[in-house]
Design a protein around this ligand. Structure first.
Ligand code: FPP
Length: 246
């Protein structure tokens, strides 16, 4: 389990303390209406706004959303460009809404492949929302868990080869400090929308003990009520972390 500290308000709510969501089904939402895929992504961005607000209202201290994976670059160029356009728009125009929700934004992923203006806007959005304390919102962009784990491994191997650390000192806490999520507590609830039941290279290390909830609703239709239902399901489950429970 992560040794990262829970957010300041984590003790005041029964959990989940960190909800991660694989936002899936934008394309099918659009197809069912005879619309281009970008229309689904646009409605998906509306759902992002709605769910950040809903999560803040439900007292969820950390929300992580999977917006663009390292594999998503293989989509048609036009769709990649539409998604990057939506991202640009979001980073510029959602800051007031994030502030209203008390949301501190952090973008998680490899920024090297992103356009320089997006990297700049990410930095500005993170800086402008840094003082917000009600909810931490992490948006994963150009994120892939295997890539993250490999980079962490290489970084530790380099440090060990250089004599900066001893191999035997590499434990879970040391490893986590090399991950892109360093400092973020592990998700305790992972939701995937659209009926697919896969983790798809998302937070593989961090979700080791997460409760998994798969819902049939397509992401553009996902409402605060669906989030609340997943939270209720989470609270119904008994979490044992490999032990025998009480
Ligand atoms: C999965 O649906 C969704 C994505 C790959 C992109 C997620 C993007 C958004 C929700 C909008 C932009 C986000 C922000 C933060 C501005 P899919 O396209 O794989 O759907 P399908 O499986 O039905 O084809």
């Amino acid at each position: 389990m992560s040794t990262a500290p829970l957010p300041a308000n984590a003790g005041t709510v029964p959990g989940p303390h960190h909800v991660a969501i694989i936002m899936d089904g934008n394309g099918r939402w659009a197809k069912a209406r005879g619309l281009p895929r970008v229309a689904g992504h646009r409605r998906g961005a509306d759902a992002v706004r709605r769910i950040i607000r809903g999560a803040a209202e439900l007292g969820i201290p950390v929300l992580t959303l999977f917006a663009f994976s390292t594999e998503n670059w293989t989509r048609p160029q036009a769709e990649v460009s539409d998604l990057m356009g939506l991202l640009r728009h979001y980073l510029k125009h959602e800051l007031d809404e994030l502030a209203r929700n008390g949301a501190r934004l952090r973008v998680i992923g490899d920024r090297d492949r992103l356009a320089s203006d997006i990297v700049r806007d990410i930095g500005e959005a993170e800086a402008k929302t840094r003082g917000n304390t009600r909810i931490d919102v992490n948006i994963c962009i150009n994120y892939g868990a295997r890539d993250e784990i490999l980079r962490a491994t290489r970084s530790l191997a380099r440090k060990a080869a250089a004599g900066e650390i001893a191999v035997d000192d590499i434990d879970e806490a040391r490893f986590e400090r090399e991950l892109l999520t360093a400092g973020v507590p592990d998700p305790d609830l992972l939701i995937r929308t659209s009926g697919e039941q896969r983790i798809s290279n998302f937070l593989l290390w961090q979700c080791a003990y997460a409760e998994l909830v798969f819902v049939d609703t397509l992401w553009p239709d996902f409402e605060k009520g669906h989030l609340e239902e997943a939270v209720v399901e989470f609270r119904r489950r008994e979490r044992r972390y490999g032990g025998v429970g009480s």
